[in-house]
Design a protein around this ligand. Structure first.
Ligand code: GLC
Ligand code: CA
Length: 554
């Protein structure tokens, strides 16, 4: 594997709308991010991924772009963005933007022109089909519910949207569309971006000609995955995009990829892969059901362990996964991966270390470093996210009571991750001087950055130590490039692995509240991390406390 400039970095995701509001309108913004760069630099962050802040009607919170060359005024100006890139650079931080090119917004010029003249140039930018009364072109269900087909306003056509109807899919088969995309990427890279996170990219290749698949719910529709399974040849588009853009700049690119086959890993993230890296979603998708969120199976500690190891095994040293505990599309990891009732500082730190020490590039989502938790929803009216609202409807239709439906979707709601960042214990958690666009998690009095930065035992302090360890010249080579070997794989509620390179490290976490004993294969030389004050040890046997995690050098 060729070594790359980004391998030893630590990345951080910002959800601009909820990070920091500089002007009191209740919406986070780019000047707000700039004012927090010192916080991020001090934590040890090198790569900053911003969820979209382009011009957008925000139907899907910016994942519906109406102008790829401008910043939405709610987030700031192009000058702000340029200043952010420059100020970040001064602190050794590079910026990634979100590349959302499976679809644009229905308020984009291209779409408006397609409505005016569906047979013209811009009609070919989208997937349009003639409208037939009482019949849809295909029976595919959109990710956010309902049919993927919607009437093209003012015409006798319908257009395809695999996400929301305000997110019409771009027709990648049209070379003009691809040219537009590459021009846009290069334009931003010329501004000094470090690269991109690449949104929903597996959807750009459709199985042609379109046809129906077996319905999988009462609604007579089928999951979009049925079509994606059949779509072949995405690599032609992805390879072309790499060659025309990222490669020339040695930019970093991380793909939102879900459905790759094991034999495709080298194509995706090997040397000269389509992307530098891709996220590991193995843990996030475990137990998910085609029926909807309400039908998902919970993930238990042993499942979590198996998912992580399976992802590692699949990628081995072919490339670099990007490891995450959470992102803007779901629950807070600590509320999701730690058994109910056990979410505390110790368990949060354990989860942090187990994930962070995996082979790959660690990504921290804003607030994760504080151990931010899911938010309690008193009613569905408190929910903003379109996906949660749809899943609530699906749960009701499946016969759940409103109470149970709310409970079921609360667990997965994307709003959990989107509540404002908790900076202080002051009004609105110090996020805004106005009224926050989404309610603040009431636990900000106890969970906030200001308090945790003062406390050397905080979750924040632990993350800082994890980051420092990854950068420690003595251990860096092993942590970044060392092989990962699971240990005691069959032990219940215990997750342990070696990282073997120049040195040998053992990472071990007791994934339960009851203590459990381990016998070390060799004496340890040094304790690199411990989320407790000491280690209960007797003649080579270590008694791990509840949720204790250790990183030992053997
Ligand atoms: C990705 C984004 C998600 C968005 C979707 C459509 O999955 O992470 O937030 O809703 O794509 O762009
Ligand atoms: Ca603002």
């Amino acid at each position: 594997m060729n070594r790359k400039w980004w391998h030893d970095k630590v990345a951080y995701q910002i959800y601009p709308k909820s990070f920091y509001d500089s002007n009191g309108d209740g919406i986070g913004d780019i000047p707000g991010i700039i004012s927090k760069l010192d916080y991020l630099a001090d934590l040890g962050i090198d790569i900053l991924w911003l969820s979209p802040c382009y011009r957008s009607p925000l139907a899907d919170q910016g994942y519906d772009i109406s102008d790829y060359y401008n910043i939405d005024p709610r987030f700031g100006t192009m000058e702000d963005m340029e200043r952010l890139i420059a100020e970040a650079k001064k602190r050794g931080i590079c910026i990634l933007m979100d590349l959302v090119v499976n679809h644009c917004s229905d308020e984009h010029e291209w779409f408006k022109k397609a409505c005016e003249d569906p047979e013209g140039k811009y009609g070919k930018y989208f997937y349009l089909r003639d409208k037939k009364e009482g019949e849809l072109p295909t029976n595919w269900r959109s990710y956010f519910g309902g049919s993927v087909w919607e009437d093209l306003p003012g015409t006798d056509k319908q257009y395809l949207h695999v996400f929301h109807k305000k997110q019409p899919d771009l027709n990648w088969e049209n070379p003009e569309v691809r040219e537009e995309v590459y021009r846009n990427i290069n334009w931003w890279l010329d501004k000094g971006l470090g690269g991109f996170r690449i949104d929903a990219i597996i959807n750009i290749k459709k199985a042609l000609p379109f046809h129906d698949y077996e319905p999988d719910r009462e609604d007579g529709l089928c999951s979009i995955h049925a079509m994606l399974e059949e779509a072949k040849g995405i690599g032609v588009f992805l390879g072309e995009m790499r060659d025309r853009t990222f490669k020339k700049y040695d930019a970093f690119s991380v793909g939102e990829v879900f459905n790759e086959k094991p034999e495709e890993i080298p194509d995706f993230i090997g040397d000269d892969g389509y992307f530098s890296s891709m996220f590991d979603f193995n843990e996030a998708i475990f137990g998910r059901s085609e029926k909807g969120w309400y039908d998902a199976a919970p993930i238990m500690p042993d499942d979590y362990k198996r998912c992580c190891f399976a992802a590692q095994e699949k990628v081995k040293d072919i490339g670099f996964l990007s490891n995450i505990i959470e992102n803007h599309d779901g629950s807070r990891g600590v509320s999701y991966y730690i058994p109910e009732g056990d979410c505390c500082d110790e368990s949060k730190k354990m989860l942090a270390a187990l994930n962070f020490m995996l082979r790959g590039l660690p990504f921290i989502y804003q607030g994760q470093e504080l151990g931010m938790e899911n938010v309690p929803f008193a009613s569905i009216d408190e929910v903003d996210d379109i996906s949660t609202l749809d899943e609530y409807k699906v749960a009701l239709e499946a016969g759940l009571s409103p109470e149970d439906a709310l409970k079921a979707v609360s667990k997965f709601s994307r709003d959990n991750a989107r509540t404002p960042m908790q900076w202080t214990d002051g009004a609105n958690a110090g996020f805004t001087k106005g009224t926050p666009w989404l309610k603040v998690n009431p636990n900000y009095h106890t969970i906030n950055a200001a308090a945790q930065m003062e406390d050397e035992d905080s979750v924040y302090a632990f993350y800082k130590r994890l980051i420092a360890l990854r950068k420690d010249p003595l251990y860096k080579e092993t942590i970044v490039y060392g092989a990962l070997e699971p240990v005691w794989e069959e032990r219940h509620n215990l997750m342990a692995y070696y990282r073997k390179g120049e040195r040998t490290l053992l990472v071990v976490g007791n994934y339960q509240r009851e203590p459990q004993e381990i016998e070390l294969p060799a004496m340890y030389k040094r304790v690199l991390l411990n989320n407790y004050k000491d280690i209960a040890e007797e003649t080579g046997i270590i008694k791990l406390q509840g949720y204790q995690v250790l990183v030992l050098e053997l």
